[in-house]
Ligand binder design. Structure first.
Ligand SMILES: Nc1ncnc2c1ncn2[C@@H]1O[C@H](COP(=O)(O)OP(=O)(O)OP(=O)(O)O)[C@@H](O)[C@H]1O
Length: 268
């Protein structure tokens, strides 16, 4: 009986909130006659969740992500990451991966990954070990001495993910990281990202325009309306993990993708 009670208690332990956004609004160029980009956005992301944000072009997805990263200031509202406000970039709390790999062309892959640790003044040996471990994690062991121009688009994005993870932040924000890749590479990278995520158990917030990618990756999809962006739907993706390519052909997958599309096309 005691045993059963303990199991019940364990199940009821609430998950901790990794990111909390409360009534966030943003107007570019000031409140008077400016461009309202976000309106009253509230989000709660539990630790370890993979949350995908979709919405029509220009609805404010990147603006929201930049605010979560502390790279842009909101007009109104509150953002907490692990219970503390985000006011400026903090790569130890939040890693960011952008659409373009934005690697330094004059640095090798290893040096690019090491770069955030150098900024922090970490000892050379620690930097090297950590960066090598990250390159291994993203499947680029043995490529550390290559320069960005010697790498394919998918490999550059892997380096970029390794760099986003090198300080071991609990949260990883990804803004259309695979949009510039061809479809096959994109599918492989999505699968690879899930492998990395299942190893590291980071909280991920991922922006995409691809509804298939959204359903394939997400625990939960947040749908935004046209500008000013609001959250108009939250869709729980209850497909089992690990995800497989075959799931894309199932009715459940199709229904989820269709529901997201119906929400997006409703927005003016
Ligand atoms: N620095 C800025 N100054 C003024 N307006 C801006 C600025 N950055 C973005 N905007 C406007 O804010 C709105 C939201 O832009 P944002 O880039 O966040 O949208 P998005 O959903 O990421 O777009 P996309 O899907 O096309 O990448 C757009 O109308 C855009 O023109």
């Amino acid at each position: 009986m005691q045993h059963v009670a303990n199991v019940t208690q364990l199940k009821e332990v609430p998950k901790r909130t990794a990111i909390s956004v409360e009534n966030l609004s943003h107007v570019y160029g000031g409140n008077d006659g400016g461009v309202p980009a976000l309106e009253d956005v509230s989000i709660n992301v539990e630790e370890g969740r993979f949350v995908v944000i979709v919405g029509p072009s220009g609805c404010g997805k990147t603006s929201l992500l930049m605010m979560l990263a502390g790279l842009r200031h909101q007009t109104r509202g509150k953002i907490l990451c692990a219970g503390k406000p985000i006011a400026e970039p903090d790569p130890e709390r939040v890693g960011v991966v952008f659409q373009e790999a934005s690697l330094f062309p004059w640095l090798t892959a290893l040096d690019n990954v090491e770069f955030p640790l150098s900024l922090r003044g970490a000892p050379r040996e620690e930097r090297r070990q950590r960066a090598e471990a990250m390159l291994k994690l993203v499947g680029l062991e043995g490529f550390g001495a290559r320069y960005p121009h010697e790498l394919s688009g998918g490999m550059k994005q892997r380096v970029s993910i390794a760099r986003g993870l090198v300080q071991d932040p609990p949260v990883l924000l990804m803004d259309e990281p695979f949009a510039a890749l061809d479809e096959q590479t994109r599918m492989t990278m999505g699968h690879e990202l899930l492998r990395i995520w299942s190893t590291t158990r980071k909280t991920v917030v991922f922006i995409t325009h691809s509804l298939t990618e959204a359903v394939y990756l997400a625990d939960e999809v947040l749908v935004m309306s046209a500008r000013p962006g609001k959250i108009i739907d939250r869709i729980e993706v209850d497909l089992p993990r690990p995800r497989t390519y075959e799931m894309m052909a199932t009715d459940t997958f199709g229904r989820l993708r269709d529901r997201i599309w119906q929400q997006i096309r409703k927005t003016p």
